[in-house]
Unconditional design. Structure first.
Length: 97
C-alpha cells in the first residue's frame, strides 16, 4: 500500500506539479468500538458494565508498524524531492463513539 502511495505521489501527482500533500495515519485499529465489539464478549461486558474498552493488541501493533513505515516514507520523499511537502494527519480519536 505504501509503494502505491509513493507511486501516486511521485510518478503521477508530483510530475504534474502538485507539491503539497496530506496523508492520514491509521488510528489504533484494535481500539475502535466495532473491533472491540466483534472480537470479544468479555470486552462487551467490560465496556457496558465497567466503561472500559480493551483494544486488540495485534491490530494496534500493526497500525503502529504501518504508521512508522509511513513516517519513514514521508521523511524520505520530503528530503529527496525539492519543493514537496507531505504532512501526516491523524484520522480519528478511536475512543470517541
Amino acid at each position: 500500500m505504501l509503494q502505491r502511495l509513493e507511486h501516486l505521489i511521485i510518478k503521477m501527482l508530483h510530475r504534474k506539479g502538485a507539491r503539497k500533500f496530506a496523508v492520514v495515519r491509521l488510528p489504533p485499529i484494535g481500539c475502535l468500538p466495532v473491533e472491540v465489539t466483534t472480537h470479544s464478549i468479555s470486552n462487551i461486558v467490560r465496556s457496558v458494565f465497567h466503561n472500559q474498552r480493551l483494544g486488540i493488541e495485534k491490530e494496534n501493533i500493526d497500525s503502529q508498524g504501518y504508521n512508522s513505515k509511513l513516517q519513514d516514507l514521508i521523511s524520505r520523499l520530503n528530503s529527496q524531492h525539492s519543493g514537496i511537502q507531505i504532512e501526516q494527519w491523524t484520522s480519528i480519536n478511536p475512543w470517541q463513539s
